[in-house]
Write a protein that binds this ligand. Structure first.
Ligand code: TRP
Length: 314
């Protein structure tokens, strides 16, 4: 019976992902685990940082152009949001829409989703809120009766997909509700490198804490033993792929363990934790077109730092 002792425990899906990422030559960690409760709070603080322009720029675009957008969408539309609610932005959109048929927030975290739906019903007592607990990157079925949805995907979350995945995701969206829907897509645009790098290397160090929080979360949830004091945050522009890349850099030679598997890290070795691709308006239009969408309108700010793209199913 002693042999059984040495049988490795079956791995959880999360551990399998972490092991896969750390086994690569260029080590990666899965970015979807940034957003535990602490991570979600830190991200809210990021959105308020002076250097982090995307949130306030997108909000300003919405404040200026929502009356026009709403008129073009027309009355009685269903609003569908992959990801459960982008706070103020979603509220502004819901207020601007002409008698929305209902609102479907989609999120993988059932608890977060229910709390959010409850909260929203207070502010919009007449709105038909139909939360859907699902992985929005996989195939899913919208609630019965949701046709020609207006899909709302703000915050440049599309930039966190690799371009091939972004295309596949946009293609999936084009089929939601039987197709023929519209898409309001917020995308961060290419701009001077100094502005981009500052947005992900804030002087208050909140982004660093957000990045390091991934290790803390994995320690708790995936049985890892990362020593947070042995890593530093770094974000830099990668001109080859047109993306800001987030890294955690090992401060010295060290060994980390994941579910009993050991990984050696060299001094200054980088683990990539996130991509944030930046696009030109033309690139967004091409990407959309290759995935079943055509451009109706694009709304931007005076500096052209951020774009809200209004797309319709081809
Ligand atoms: N969607 C956001 C972006 O790409 C996410 C984000 C902001 C982020 N700051 C970050 C992700 C730092 C990881 C690390 O701008």
């Amino acid at each position: 019976m002693t042999a059984a002792k040495h049988q490795p425990l079956p791995l959880t899906p999360m551990q399998t992902e972490v092991l896969g990422g750390l086994s690569r030559g260029d080590k990666h960690l899965p970015s979807k685990y940034f957003y535990d409760a602490a991570g979600a709070r830190l991200f809210e603080r990021i959105c308020e940082l002076p250097e982090y322009y995307p949130t306030r720029t997108e909000l300003a675009i919405l404040r200026t152009h929502l009356p026009t957008i709403s008129k073009q969408l027309g009355p009685m539309r269903w609003l569908v949001e992959p990801g459960s609610g982008s706070g103020l932005k979603t509220r502004l959109l819901l207020e601007a829409l002409d008698q929305p048929a209902g609102y479907v927030p989609i999120d993988i975290s059932d608890a977060q989703l229910k709390a959010y739906a409850q909260d929203l019903r207070q502010g919009f007592p007449h709105l038909n809120v139909r939360p859907l607990s699902a992985d929005f990157t996989a195939d899913l079925q919208l609630p019965e009766g949701v046709k020609k949805p207006v899909i709302w995907f703000p915050g440049s979350t599309l930039g966190n997909f690799r371009p091939a995945d972004a295309q596949a995701f946009l293609r999936r969206l084009s089929r939601w509700g039987g197709g023929a829907g519209e898409l309001l897509l917020g995308v961060d645009l290419v701009k001077p490198v100094e502005v981009l790098e500052a947005a992900y290397n804030d002087t208050a160090g909140v982004t660093a804490r957000f990045n390091l929080n991934l290790l803390r979360h994995l320690n708790h949830a995936a049985g890892c033993d990362f020593d947070l004091s042995q890593f530093r945050h770094e974000a830099r522009w990668n001109p080859q792929i047109g993306a800001i890349q987030m890294f955690l850099i090992s401060l010295g030679e060290q060994t980390v363990h994941v579910a009993g598997h050991a990984f050696a890290l060299a001094s200054q070795e980088a683990i990539c934790t996130e991509y944030s691709h930046k696009y030109t308006p033309t690139q967004v239009e091409q990407l959309a077109h290759a995935s079943g969408w055509s451009l109706r309108n694009m709304y931007s700010d005076p500096k052209n730092w951020f774009g809200v793209f209004h797309l319709e199913c081809i």
